[in-house]
Structures are given as structure tokens and as C-alpha cells.
Design a protein around this ligand. Structure first.
Ligand code: PMP
Length: 307
């Protein structure tokens, strides 16, 4: 396979090989973390010989909301965003599962940690990606000693690069302590999300996840899973979850564009349920993987075929 860094990315208003898309060390976003980004996936279906982008319009809308929070000028209409994304994949002849990273970054070479009146630029690149977290086995998670940033500190909703220091602290603490993933509590001590995933629990057959005012990223996979669960006749509830409710849950899983649907086997050394994948998680995971490969007509409207 051709080195993917030789394939085109979108940078400074045109397509250039990814390995040539470099920024100056003085770039505002590099100095102060003043960028916001998206994480999108495209899945390859070899039988249909097509690549499917997942919920492109929702990713565009979230990126736009993030850019507003960070006082950016970005006003790219969805149609242009769609064309650039498709063109990027076609020019690179992508025919494998991949992850796309659109990013708006304060590109000015200036010296003040502010948001207003700083020029921003848009770029997008793709990398090959299968599993980000292992979805075939159960994950061992821990409650992080790091507290999730609150909406009045660095809003998780903005998907700002600077905010990911919070995620990195928690992820490294978890992995260096022998766990796979971290679970954040918010400033109130309520369950929030993983380092780069939303979290769901199942209790008494009901699917529960923290609400969007709980310092979480408004996950697009989270929304997908809530819809799929309702379509499967599972009751869904968005509400606060306390720490020990996790330990008492029948099932726990993470969702995310990278994470997909990844089930949790234990939290803080306490096995969840009976230690294997739970029936509701399994059902949702199966539905999810069929949908992203373009096999479910009822969710076809969430997919953008590339070829
Ligand atoms: N929370 C955080 C902190 C994340 O970084 C991500 C990944 N984008 C998610 C949740 C999941 O969001 P989505 O389903 O839109 O990928």
C-alpha cells in the first residue's frame, strides 16, 4: 500500500500531500491550543466496493458550533465541506476503513492568548484506522483522578485541541496503571465520559447516559446509539450517573467515532455484570457495525457514499 502521507490532504485552500502540510512553530493554535476539530470515519464495504462516510452533516454542524465557541470566522457551507471530504478520499483512492480529521486552527503567527481577531484556517486529512479501542474484548477502566474540565473552564462541547490535555492526563494515568481507559467524573463528582468517548450504562434493561449539560462532548455516536436503542425498543434515559452506579451496572460501554461501541469488563477492579459482553451492548454493537457498512436501509440517510 502506498504511504498514506503521500496522499492528498486539504491545507491552505488546496490539496497537497499530507507530508507537506506543515505549519510554522509560531502558529497561535500550537502556542495556545486554539483549534477545534472533528473526528469522522469512513468505512469500506468490499462487497459493495464503496466507502461510506458517517453522519457527515452532523460532523459539519458540530464543527461549526465549536468554531463559534472559539470565536472563529469559519463559515464553510456544508456543500463545500462535503465536496472537499469526498474529493480528498477519491484523490487518495481510499479503499479501507479510515479516520478523517477536519481542523480549524488559529493560524496567525501572533503572540496573545486571545480568541477575537485572530485569523483561522481550515484543514482536513485522513489516516487509515480500524479499531481505536479493542471492540472484541472487554476493556478495563478506572475512574480518573483527573476531574473533567467544566463548561466554564474549557468547554468539552467545543472539541478544542487545548482541552485534550485533560484527556491526555487521564488516558496516560489509566494506561500507565494497567487499565485500557479512563472514566472522568465532573466537578460535581458525577460520571462524565471517557478520555475520548461517551459512556453508557444498562440497568434493569434501560439504557442510561449522562445528559449534554454534564461537561461532555456532544458525541455523534452517542446520538446514533440513542436512536438505535429506541428503534430496538430499549428505553433510553439521559440523566446524571453517580460513580458507584457504574459498579452496580449490568452493562457499561463507550461510544465514539474512534471507539465505535466498546464494552467495559471492569471498572476500578470491579467486574461489570457477569464479566462478558451484555445482551443490550451486543445487540447495539451488531446493529452499529451493520449500519456503518451500509447494510441497514433504515440508517442509509446517515451515510455518504464516496464512490
Ligand atoms: N467525548 C470525547 C471527549 C471525545 O473526544 C469523543 C470523540 N470525538 C467523544 C466523546 C465521542 O464523540 P463522537 O461520537 O462524535 O466521536
Amino acid at each position: 500500500m502506498q504511504d498514506f502521507t503521500e496522499r492528498p490532504c486539504w491545507f491552505e485552500g488546496r490539496f497537497v500531500p499530507l507530508k507537506e502540510a506543515n505549519v510554522n512553530i509560531r502558529t497561535h493554535a500550537l502556542q495556545y491550543g486554539t483549534a477545534c476539530f472533528g473526528g469522522m470515519r469512513a468505512y469500506f464495504n468490499s462487497e459493495k466496493n464503496n466507502l461510506y462516510l458517517i453522519r457527515l452533516e452532523d460532523h459539519h454542524a458540530r464543527l461549526r458550533a465549536s468554531s463559534r465557541i472559539l470565536q472563529m470566522q469559519w463559515s464553510m457551507p456544508f456543500e463545500e465541506f462535503r465536496q472537499i471530504t469526498i474529493e480528498l478520499l477519491r484523490r487518495g483512492n481510499w479503499r479501507e476503513n479510515c479516520y478523517l480529521r477536519p481542523i480549524i486552527y488559529k493560524s496567525e503567527l501572533s503572540l496573545s492568548p486571545r480568541l477575537h481577531n485572530v485569523t483561522d484556517s481550515f484543514a482536513m486529512y485522513a489516516i487509515p484506522l480500524d479499531d481505536y479501542l479493542d471492540t472484541r474484548r472487554g476493556l478495563r477502566a478506572m475512574i480518573s483522578s483527573w476531574v473533567r474540565l467544566s463548561d466554564n473552564q474549557i468547554p468539552a462541547r467545543a472539541k478544542a485541541t487545548g482541552g485534550y490535555i485533560n484527556s491526555a492526563l487521564a488516558k496516560s494515568e489509566a494506561m500507565q496503571s494497567g487499565f485500557d481507559e479512563a472514566i472522568f467524573l465532573d466537578v460535581r463528582g458525577m460520571v462524565c465520559e471517557g478520555s475520548a468517548e461517551n459512556i453508557f450504562i444498562v440497568r434493569d434493561g434501560k439504557l442510561i447516559t449522562p445528559g449534554t449539560a454534564s461537561s461532555i462532548l456532544e458525541g455523534i455516536t452517542r446520538r446514533t446509539v440513542l436512536t438505535m436503542a429506541r428503534d430496538l425498543g430499549i428505553e433510553t434515559i439521559e440523566r446524571d450517573i453517580s460513580r458507584t452506579e457504574l459498579y452496580a451496572a449490568d452493562e457499561v460501554f463507550f461510544t465514539g467515532t474512534g471507539a465505535q461501541i466498546a464494552w467495559v469488563e471492569s471498572i476500578d477492579h470491579r467486574p461489570i455484570g457477569n464479566g462478558s459482553i451484555g445482551p443490550i451492548t451486543e445487540k447495539l454493537q451488531k446493529t452499529f457495525f451493520a449500519y456503518v457498512r451500509g447494510e441497514l436501509p433504515q440508517y442509509q440517510h446517515w451515510l455518504t457514499p464516496v464512490y
